[in-house]
Design a protein around this ligand. Structure first.
Ligand code: GLN
Length: 219
């Protein structure tokens, strides 16, 4: 536990069809938007579908209609920031977040949700939905990527977490709750219906963190 080791080539999951559906289908009836401009969106989609939920891939403003929550994947936050603007999605997502749409950002998704980005590209924007200051690629200085087991509030067993050039949370507002830490530093946080992870729960076949988010944000 808490041993840190480099990413193995084994973390990429088998094809979705090979993965079992949770028989309890805890996300049944949910319509979850997955921001699908770039990055690991297909993996989030698989996680929601395995939990019994329906997914809308969000690429245009009209795709936001009818979703009850939004997942923002890992990938490259600078690229996503640009594509959010060119697709016309920036303003309607911003408005939806201010209106209380539940959201879970993982890695690059967390960077997009933050209030402030350190080491950002000058043209890179963030929604400011999460009262957090994050530093890009902070875990990428010594070692690009690593995997480690995390103790997560609400889970009985450790969660195997994959970090890839992960952002580091440098500061959190008083309303933000820490759900998991790595080496004493927050890596999974929530402020009400706004959740963010520095790592990639979508890149392992463990559905427990998606389940936690979806049950905490059930309409
Ligand atoms: N370093 C990336 C960024 O700045 C995030 C990495 C990731 O999502 N795995 O957007």
């Amino acid at each position: 536990m808490n041993a840190t080791r480099p990413v193995s080539s084994g973390w990429l999951r088998p094809h979705a069809a090979d993965l079992p559906i949770d028989p309890a289908r805890p996300a049944h009836g949910r319509v979850v938007g997955v921001l699908a401009l770039q990055g690991a969106f297909a993996e989030h989609q698989v996680a929601v579908e395995r939990l019994g939920g329906a997914v809308v891939q969000v690429r245009k403003p009209e795709h936001l209609a009818g979703i009850d929550s939004l997942l923002m994947p890992g990938g490259e936050s600078t690229t996503m920031s640009k594509l959010l603007e060119s697709s016309g999605l920036w303003a309607p997502i911003d408005q939806a977040l201010r209106g209380g749409l539940p959201v879970f950002g993982t890695c690059a998704g967390m960077i997009l949700l933050a209030r402030e980005i350190i080491d950002r590209r000058p043209d890179q924007r963030c929604f400011g939905a999460l009262d957090a200051v994050v530093r890009r690629n902070a875990y990428g200085r010594q070692i690009d990527s690593f995997e480690t087991d995390l103790a997560v509030d609400g889970l009985d067993e450790p969660f195997h977490a994959v970090f890839i050039r992960a952002p580091h949370i440098e500061g959190l507002g008083p309303g933000v709750q820490v759900v998991a830490r790595h080496a004493s530093e927050p890596v999974l946080v929530r402020d009400g219906v706004i959740w963010a992870a520095a790592f990639h729960p979508e890149l392992t076949d463990d559905l427990r963190i998606h389940r936690l988010f979806l049950s905490a944000t059930a309409p």
